[in-house]
Structures are given as C-alpha cells and as structure tokens.
Write a protein that binds this ligand. Structure first.
Ligand code: NAP
Length: 480
C-alpha cells in the first residue's frame, strides 16, 4: 500500500504555519517488513528555538479568541478527522502495524477528545468564594501559555489529540514531538488541524532528535507546561530536566496492569474482558493486562476458555480485514516478549498455547502460560506484547496484595458478580483506574491517568482541561 498518494499524507513538519523539510532526515519504516515508507525532517536546534518563540506570539492572540470561536474551530477539526478516518487509519496501520479495524477505532477515539474539548472550551468556569463581609474572593482560570508534548508510537493519534485538544480549548499553543516510529499520523492530523482553521503557530509538529528536542523543551523558560506519554524511564528524566524551569508537568507513564478474576465472575465476560485488554494493539498498550490473577475455584475452566479464544487470533498484515494481531513495532519489542516467556518457562510456568521460539521479523505468536508466580520477570515488568501470564490465587487478600506489589499504578481490572467485593477491591487497588467487569476503560469523558510510577495528572474529562489552565486569585477588598 502506497500511503504517500493519500490526500492527508504529509512528511514535512508544521512550524508556525509553514510546512518545512530538511536535508537531514529520519527514515519511517513499515514494521510489517521494515521497508522504508518515507523520511521526515531532523529539525535543527535553531528551528526548535524559533518554533517556541513563534508559538508564544501565536498564543497571545489565541488566548483572546472567544471560547465559542475556539470551540467551533476544534469542532471543525473533529469533523475533518472523522471525514478522513479511513485514510488516517491506513497511514497508522502502515507505520505502526496495528490492524486496520483497530486503527479506525483509534482515529474515532482520538477524534472524540477533539469533540469533547471543543465543548469544554466554553466551560473554563472560575469561582466566587464567600469569605468576609467587606471583600470578594474571585478565581479566574487562565491559559497556562505555551505547551509542549512528547508522545509514544503505540497510539499515534489519540496520545496527541488528548493533549492538543485541551491545550487549544484552554487557549494555549502547543508544540508536539511525536515518536520517531510514527510521525506520519501526527503530521496528517496536523494537516487537518490547519484546514480546520487553527491559526499558524498555535499547533506545531516537530521531528528530529528526541534528546535534543526534549532538552530544549524542558530548559525553555517560554514553555510553561510539558505533557509526556511514554516510558517511566524517559518521563523521570524529563521531570528532572524540567526542574530548572519549574515547569508544570503531566506524565502518562508505564503500567503493569493486573486483572483479578474471582470465583464469582461471569466467566465468559471475564474471558472476553481479558482478550480485550490483553490483545488489543498486540498487547502494546499501557493499560493492557500484564498479570492475570485467577481464583482457584475457576482456574482450570478459565484457562481452557481463554486458550480457545487465544488460538482463534489471526496474526498477519494489519491491512487484511481478518487480522487480529499485526507485527510488533520493532525487533526490540519481540525480544522483550521472548525474554519474558523464556523466563517464566524456566522458572516453572507451563505453556498452554503459543510458540515461545524465535520467529523472523517483527512477528509474535499470541502465547498463554499458566502457573506463573510473582518472582518471574513478567510479574515485575511491562511485557508490551501478546503474552498472557496466568497466576493462581486462593483468597481476595492475596489477590490484592499481589496486584499492588509493583511500582506501577495505571490500570487494573476486576471480574466479580459480588457487589460488596467490587467496592472493596476497587478501593483497595492502588491504581488510577479500575475496570470492573470490562476490559475496555478508555473514554474521552473519563479521567485517564495513573498513580505511583505511572505518572502525574489526568487526560480527558473535565479534569483534563485543568492541566492546561492556571488559577488566578483576585481579592476584591473594601467593597462596603
Ligand atoms: P519512550 O521510549 O519513553 O518514548 C516516548 C517518546 O519519548 C517518544 O516520542 C520518544 O522519541 C521520546 N523520547 C525518548 N527519549 C527521549 C529523551 N531522552 N528526551 C525526550 N524525549 C525522548 O516510550 P515508548 O517505547 O515509545 O512507549 C511505550 C511506553 O509508553 C510504555 O511504557 C507505555 O506504557 C507508555 N505509555 C503510557 C501511556 C499512558 O497514558 N500512561 C499511554 C501510552 C504509552 P523517539 O521516538 O524519537 O525516540
């Protein structure tokens, strides 16, 4: 599939309303066969510094655009993204590997953030707080200013819109550096933003050296806010680098999601929930099930039912309609999955289905292993691939203790039909998000985010706007 002929295809950067290419470039590859799709610019440090200055000038005008008008422009962007859903999804599948049906789903999900925040643009309410007879306490909410975003490859569209849409709705400008593996979805989305009428300099996309761009973003006194989605390791590094400029940060970092399936669970619902959370995007999601804890009373039946479903998954080219699992993003990702499987089997886990041996290219067979224990690598680290490890537990306390035994705290899942158990366990789980009797929790209306080493801040929902707003307190005195 030649995506370069698509109307939304773009391989230049959007800087202050100009589409820029450079002589030095980065190759963008198709993970299906590692063929080169195109190249994108390696912008110089001087250009990045200039983008920041231009974004500051643009932001001063954008914040004064009436919220209703900002809302209308965002709505227009939403409409264009949905009109071009098929083209955008095709670009995503080719550069990222996920099946086309999932890529279409991600475009709709990404667009839903633009729609949601187009509406929130009108609701930057402040407060009037009663305090003393002779004064009035006023609270204004104001755009924080110039923002920057650094995003990962696993959701090349949604991780961008859930930062850019609230920033623009709040009256901020933003500069996005997408992952080097998947810049084409970001550039195509930016092209539609420009067509929607987002003014020059308000939304910029830059590509190049992540280290250099990250350093310039974090050290810039003009950039007031950095929103990062990616690994905990890089998130912590950016947080340290941001210290000198005391920047506001949102960090959406790694996960190690537990799924707890109790004896009381509706088994078919639980099996489907695990399939949804474990194998979407070939297991390359931050909220994907990493550890599946199953109570002893239903353990054998659950494993058998899950085995049947896992064996139905079709691995192949994401552009084929019936593909469930595309290639992983690169060879490094494959090696990590293989390491986790080999470690589990060497420490006594039992292979239920799948192929633990090496395959060529970026292919990975969905693999199910049972009798996994807390001392295995897959209990401690995010696997980020189609490998499902099943652990057996006896009682609720043990399941909660094992689930919380991690530095991460992003998503968690519980399957139970007992109402008191769902409340008890939801309260006890040290996670930013708990899915009960579902494996799909992402929604633009919900506050997405983690605790512990999984990050700081929330994206989506009414809380997502606050990340791009400052609170100003005005004291009106001597009014009597
Ligand atoms: P990553 O290696 O941390 O990369 C993420 C982004 O950071 C990319 O744009 C990358 O650019 C950039 N980057 C890398 N090194 C940098 C540096 N020194 N300074 C500035 N930027 C730098 O993560 P990944 O492997 O792409 O993504 C997978 C991780 O993201 C997983 O841990 C997953 O759980 C997490 N994730 C979290 C969420 C969430 O909402 N919590 C959502 C999705 C993914 P280059 O591509 O150019 O290197």
């Amino acid at each position: 599939m030649d995506i370069t002929v698509l109307s939304v295809f773009e391989n230049r950067c959007l800087v202050n309303g100009t589409w820029l290419s450079t002589s030095q470039s980065l190759e963008v590859k198709n993970p299906l066969d590692n063929s080169v799709i195109t190249e994108v610019p390696v912008l110089s440090e001087d250009v990045i510094h200039q983008v920041i200055i231009d974004a500051q000038i643009a932001q001063k005008k954008w914040k004064d655009v009436a919220p209703n008008d900002r809302s209308r422009i965002l709505r227009q962007w939403f409409d264009l993204v949905m009109q071009k859903q098929d083209e955008l999804a095709t670009i995503m599948t080719v550069e990222q590997g996920k099946p086309l049906k999932e890529a279409k789903g991600e475009i709709a999900y990404a667009a839903s953030y633009i729609e949601w925040f187009s509406e929130e643009a009108k609701r930057g309410y402040g407060d009037i707080i009663p305090a003393q007879a002779n004064s009035e306490i006023l609270v204004f909410k104001e755009a924080i200013g110039v923002c920057a975003a650094i995003t990962p490859w696993n959701f090349p569209a949604a991780m961008i819109t859930r930062k850019v849409a609230p920033a623009l709705a709040a009256g901020c400008s933003i500069i996005v550096k997408p992952a080097s593996e998947t810049p084409l979805t970001a550039l195509a989305i930016a092209k539609l933003a420009e067509q929607a009428g987002i003014p020059a300099g308000v939304f910029n996309v830059v590509t190049g050296s992540s280290t250099a761009i990250g350093r310039i973003f974090t050290e810039s006194p003009i950039i007031k806010k950095l929103s990062f989605t990616g690994s905990t390791e890089i998130g912590a590094k950016l947080m340290a680098q941001s210290a000198s400029t005391v920047k506001k940060l949102s960090l959406e970092l790694g996960g190690n999601a537990p799924v707890i399936v109790f004896n009381s669970a509706n088994l078919d619902l639980a099996v489907q929930g695990v399939m949804d959370t474990k194998f979407r995007n070939a297991g390359q999601t931050c909220v994907c099930a990493n550890r599946i804890y199953v109570q002893s009373g239903i353990y054998d039946t659950f494993v058998e039912k899950l085995k049947t479903k896992v064996e139905e998954l079709k691995v192949g080219n994401g552009l084929n309609e019936n593909t469930d699992i595309g290639p992983l993003i690169n060879r490094k990702a494959i090696l990590k999955v293989e390491e986790h499987i080999a470690d589990a089997l060497s420490k006594g886990a039992v292979l239920v289905t799948g192929k633990p041996q090496n395959l060529d290219g970026n292919w990975c067979t969905p693999t199910l292993v049972k009798d996994v224990t807390q001392n295995m690598l897959c209990a401690k680290e995010e696997t980020f691939g189609p490998f499902a490890p099943i652990f057996k537990f006896e009682n609720e306390q043990d399941a909660i203790a094992m689930s919380n035994d991690t530095e991460f705290g992003l998503a968690s899942y519980v399957f139970t039909q007992e109402i008191n158990q769902f409340i008890r366990v939801s309260r006890a789980l040290e996670y930013g998000m708990v899915g009960v009797n579902t494996g799909l929790i992402s929604n633009a209306a919900a506050p997405f985010g983690g605790v512990k080493s999984s990050g700081i801040g929330r994206e989506g929902s009414k809380y997502g706007m606050d990340e791009y707003l400052e609170i100003k307190y005005v004291c009106l005195g001597n009014i009597n």
